[in-house]
Ligand binder design. Sequence first.
Ligand SMILES: *[C@@H]1O[C@H](CO)[C@@H](O)[C@H](O)[C@H]1NC(C)=O
Ligand SMILES: *[C@@H]1O[C@H](CO)[C@@H](O)[C@H](O)[C@H]1NC(C)=O
Ligand SMILES: *[C@@H]1O[C@H](CO)[C@@H](O)[C@H](O)[C@H]1NC(C)=O
Ligand SMILES: *[C@@H]1O[C@H](CO)[C@@H](O)[C@H](O)[C@H]1NC(C)=O
Length: 336
Amino acid sequence: MCNPQIFLQTKIPKMPPCKYFAIPSILFFLLSFLIFPTKAAPIYSSHACTDSSKYQPNSTFQTNLDLLLSYLSSNATQGVHFYKTTVGSETPNAVKGLFLCRRDTLTAVCHDCVNAAAKDLTRRCPVEKEAIIWYDVCMVRYSNQNYLNNIVPAVDMSDSKSVAGADLDRFNEVLAGLLNALATKAANSEDEKFETGEVNLTSSVTLYGLVQCTPELSLFDCNMCFRSAIASVPNCCDGKQGARVLLPGCNIRYQVYPFYNSTKILATPVVKSRPSGRSRVEVILTFVIPIVAAMVLFTFGICHVMRKQAKSLKQLWRKTNYSEGVDEIDSINLRG
Ligand SMILES: *[C@@H]1O[C@H](CO)[C@@H](O)[C@H](O)[C@H]1NC(C)=O
Ligand SMILES: *[C@@H]1O[C@H](CO)[C@@H](O)[C@H](O)[C@H]1NC(C)=O
Ligand SMILES: *[C@@H]1O[C@H](CO)[C@@H](O)[C@H](O)[C@H]1NC(C)=O
Ligand SMILES: *[C@@H]1O[C@H](CO)[C@@H](O)[C@H](O)[C@H]1NC(C)=O
């Protein structure tokens, strides 16, 4: 930085020698830790440039994209954890985008994360018309497409530490139970679509789980996303003490230590205990059977609703034909 040769080359007259800069710089560096509270910097997890079509520098698309990303950052305030918007109306240059912060992040943390992620995204995917980036506690994505895929691309990150072989069976069972329960609860929630929970593995080890969908997803789409994420755990992260599966529409995470902000966070030990010996197929079934069950139940639900609608339509048709009673028609409509 303070290379005297540079001063010579650039011919700036009478520059003070470097040592005059050094002391104030060091002082400022030290003081900055006292003046500005040391907040943890947002941590990058993964990204994907998901569309092969490219935009030109200085094009309308780029202008719209820059505006979109600035809207996302500026809207990550006042406890807003999810925001989606579109810039531009005509098809080739319209760009839609959204951010999602983990529901338990404080406003300042969420804002910093979205801000950093949005900047980083344009650096990592400099010309692509569709891209997504995941940070530790937030996700930012944009697209030129109308339809946003919620399941693809999927990324997994697992801890290096493994559960002891003898304990794996029980660990997998407890883990699948926890994740499936949280997913069902979150998918069915009205707007948050976020759930955390913990379960005791042994007297000294607790397993912590977190699941979150983008709040705009329907019960069906959120469910599909969670089930897809959970189903990948035996493949990506079998026997790992912690893992994350990141999808565009949802994400899941588990650890054997508390990693989310909850009032009832407990102490952090390491996994140990019980013997076992089940096959890989059985492990996968533990994770997948609840998914199949959920899908079957859902299909029955759809059929039931459709049958009800068909019935009320029939009733409506009869009423309109035979009685013309507007009030009655309204009440039938409501029931269907
Ligand atoms: C884009 O605009 C910037 C600033 O206006 C300019 O410096 C740059 O050369 C332009 N790039 C292209 C490829 O036109
Ligand atoms: C939020 O986004 C909207 C567009 O969706 C934009 O008009 C507004 O300026 C942004 N910022 C704030 C602070 O609301
Ligand atoms: C887990 O264990 C702790 C202490 O060992 C206990 O206080 C807590 O109630 C247990 N939780 C459950 C869900 O069993
Ligand atoms: C956890 O959440 C509470 C309430 O939202 C907040 O007051 C507290 O500062 C948070 N703690 C951390 C470490 O984020």
